[in-house]
Design a protein around this ligand. Structure first.
Ligand SMILES: C[S@@+](CC[C@H](N)C(=O)[O-])C[C@H]1O[C@@H](n2cnc3c(N)ncnc32)[C@H](O)[C@@H]1O
Length: 215
């Protein structure tokens, strides 16, 4: 697996994840600090046990459509649909990962537009979730462009829930270490608050939640 050698565009990051998917298959989406002996299903189950109750505790019962942005191989997409009692749209730029995602009546999977825009209509989404996605957005302005797209597709008052690495360890070529405050500053309209935190192979993951502005 080679790190992207051109960080100036988001497509370099996507090339990195494509190469990682080809090399590692379903393991591509988890922290490489997990031992090869770690059972991927057990790792996913441990994350699910934290993420789903955290999300459930934020719902108001009106939610029908959840977007799992950067869903990878769809580890959690169907769970998100079940938690809201509606349907889920997984958005994932890497076709090789989308191909691994389990199909189901309540889930569908889409790629990204070439310009990085989300393939979703304005205000279509009641809940948008990311699980260790935003740290991979390293191109200049990429985090800001993605935050603007999230604001566009989430309905007024809709929920945004970002489970992101907040480790301050040295950065990798493919991953930007950011603090929770950096994400809070990057989504100033959401008033993000930490609702859960867990360890992922030594990496601290903060679950930050807030809402799109109303009006
Ligand atoms: C660490 S993986 C996590 C995947 C999934 N959320 C999970 O937990 O299994 C990061 C994912 O973000 C995707 N990604 C990369 N650039 C993206 C972008 N601009 N927008 C959305 N997803 C992106 C990658 O292709 C990869 O599948």
């Amino acid at each position: 697996v080679h790190p992207a050698d051109d960080r100036d565009t988001g497509s370099a990051g996507i090339a990195y994840w494509t190469a990682r998917a080809e090399a590692l298959g379903p393991r591509a989406v988890v922290n490489l600090d997990h031992s090869e002996d770690d059972d991927l299903d057990a790792v996913t189950a441990a994350h699910r046990a934290i993420l789903m109750p955290a999300l459930a505790g934020l719902l108001d019962g009106t939610e029908r459509v959840v977007c799992d942005l950067g869903c990878g191989a769809g580890r959690f997409t169907a769970d998100f649909a079940a938690v809201i009692g509606g349907r889920a749209i997984g958005v994932e730029p890497v076709a090789a990962l989308r191909a691994l995602a389990p199909a189901g009546d309540a889930v569908s999977f889409l790629g990204l537009h070439d310009d990085g825009r989300l393939p979703l209509r304005d205000g279509e989404i009641d809940v948008l979730v990311t699980v260790t996605v935003l740290g991979g957005l390293r191109a200049p302005g990429e985090l800001e462009r993605t935050a603007a797209e999230i604001l566009r597709v989430v309905r007024p008052g809709g929920l945004v829930c970002l489970a992101e690495s907040v480790s301050d360890t040295e950065g990798f070529d493919h991953w930007e270490p950011r603090t929770a405050a950096t994400y809070q500053d990057g989504f100033p309209w959401a008033d993000l608050r930490e609702v859960a935190r867990f360890d992922d192979a030594g990496d601290a993951i903060s679950v930050l939640a807030g809402r799109a502005p109303v009006g």
